[in-house]
Design a binder for this molecule. Structure first.
Ligand code: GGG
Length: 347
């Protein structure tokens, strides 16, 4: 029996993970579930956003279903105690370095996209975001300049092994798809990006069947709205990937539609919607559970060896959306529960 750790987190996290769990339970697979607090909820309950018991559950589990972290009541806390440190801590502690963030246009959803329908229709891409390095994990702090000014700093760094393993993840993803990999950096300005580009080019020697291109991140932001259909797999750093995937989500209609998988080398994974805790709508039953449900599908495919069940969930979400069921983020009136019911009905 596979053990799934459910870490609902803050804000809308509990609402959307509840729906994802209902879908997993309906499949009739041999799964067990154990839940633990994380983020602001864990800080309030146990004094730390990632308590030892939660980390222990994450280590024991075969896969982790994560909701969202972020809690305005924690805004004044020391950085180490803020809810977001929980997800960064999990990614680092479990070496979950490869973040797959697929963005695909669902049939009939073009009207919800920020793009023209004929442009939006072509979107079928995966962003492979590095998760263990970059400004997120470099030295950081606050100091005083010689002029007495407060100065914040976050060091951006990557070593070549970190770049190589995410490049391999990008090439492998491209090989499984349409064979095109676009590496996104800022190599005209940043030293880390120059190394990034060099290592990606070296790695390409093992992937003659994949067509590699490079793009500066500013151009990539523009190309994502101008002609997103040109992209198959994008591989990029932690910060650029975070920003570009939020942008990609509005190209397909809503951040409530984008799932993600954070994987280690062995295929253990943490699965989470890319959206945050949305405190403004928390507890109101308005959140879109599709991204969490699609994250559960990714879990079945990447960590639990159940690709057919993953296909079933993805088809059910597509069918529920095609039938006109939509939450408020997509201009509809469905509650979180009603959207979950629609997916269950389509299963
Ligand atoms: N479910 C995603 C989530 O909770 N995001 C909040 C967050 O702070 N994430 C940090 C990141 O992905 O870089």
């Amino acid at each position: 029996m596979a053990l799934i750790a459910i870490l609902p987190g803050d804000g809308i996290g509990p609402e959307v993970t509840t729906e994802a769990r209902r879908v997993l339970e309906r499949l009739g697979l041999d799964l067990s579930f154990e839940e633990a607090p994380v983020g602001g909820a864990a800080y309030h309950a146990a004094g730390h956003p990632l308590p030892p018991a939660t980390l222990d559950l994450a280590r024991r589990a075969d896969a982790i279903l994560f909701g969202a972290v972020g809690d305005p009541t924690c805004d004044s806390l020391d950085r180490h105690l803020r809810p977001e440190q929980a997800i960064l801590g999990l990614r680092k502690a479990l070496t979950l370095f490869a973040n797959l963030r697929p963005a695909k246009m669902f049939a009939g959803m073009e009207d919800a996209s920020a793009l023209r329908p004929e442009v939006a229709r072509a979107i079928d891409l995966v962003i492979v975001r590095e998760l263990n390095g970059d400004v997120y994990f470099g030295e950081k702090g606050m100091r005083t300049t010689a002029d007495g000014l407060r100065q914040g700093y976050d060091v951006m760094s990557y070593d070549e092994a970190e770049v190589r393993r995410i490049a391999v993840a990008g090439f492998e993803a491209a090989r499984r798809r349409r064979g095109k990999l676009c590496s996104i950096d800022k190599a005209n300005v940043l030293e880390t990006s120059q190394l990034w580009r060099d290592v990606v080019i070296e790695t390409a020697a093992d992937y003659a069947d994949v067509t590699l291109t490079h793009m500066y991140v500013d151009n990539a932001a523009m190309q994502l709205v101008r002609d997103p259909g040109q992209f198959d797999v994008i591989v990029t750093g932690n910060l650029f990937g975070d920003i570009l995937s939020d942008q990609a989500s509005m190209c397909v209609g809503s951040i409530g539609l984008l799932p993600s998988a954070a994987l280690d080398v062995a295929g253990k994974g943490l699965y989470e919607p890319i959206h945050g805790s949305a405190p403004d709508i928390a507890g109101q039953g308005k959140a879109n559970p599709c991204a969490a449900i699609l994250s559960a599908a990714m879990m079945l495919r990447h960590s639990l060896g159940e690709p057919a069940a993953a296909d079933r969930i993805e088809a059910a979400v597509a069918a529920a959306l095609a039938s006109g069921k939509r939450t408020a983020d997509l201009g509809g009136t469905c509650s979180t529960r009603e959207m979950g019911d629609a997916v269950l009905a389509a299963l």
